[in-house]
Design a protein around this ligand. Sequence first.
Ligand code: ADP
Length: 190
Amino acid sequence: MLNLVLFGPPGAGKGTQAEYLIESFGLIHLSTGDLLRSEIAAQTELGNEAKRLMDKGELVPDEMVIGMIKGKLDANKDAKGFIFDGFPRTVDQAKALDVLLNENGTPVSGMLCLQVEKQELINRLLSRGKISGRSDDQNQSIIENRIAVYSEKTLPLINYYEPQGKHFDVDGMGPIEDIAGRLKKVVEKL
Ligand code: ADP
């Protein structure tokens, strides 16, 4: 089983690259951002609570995303593997993921960290906001807050995976296909 954590700041291209990895390796894509947006669209209680935080560029509570991931893992017991996109985002989420995966005896295989310059992130998010209408992508100060939250709460995850030999940096600048090629090479060696 192959369990990949696709990692990087907002706008790094995780969702785009997840599509290529799914095609190459037949994995199930689990994006907590997408799962939360489905809850918002369905106007569930969880979705309404998440929206308040997402609109400010803050993280939603760990228990909320851990519960959603647990549900998806339980519902896909025969999967060849998973690609986690936007999750884990805190060290507590990473620890919870290890517990959930160890229940199935299949740990995280690798953490692929897409590296993109800050100005490029902001440009990509603002242009995505124009197309998608995502409110958190349309305001520069919310975007900057998301990048700051990433640096403070999410980047420390590198220190969680690095000592386990699972952290791999991948250049996330340049043409989409080139980045996909670089990721594929790393995954083939896992
Ligand atoms: P991006 O990577 O561009 O920020 P996402 O779709 O991954 O986009 O996330 C959008 C928002 O959803 C985040 O800013 C955060 O509020 C919330 N979110 C998504 N995943 C998580 C998570 N694992 N933990 C906490 N909050 C999350």
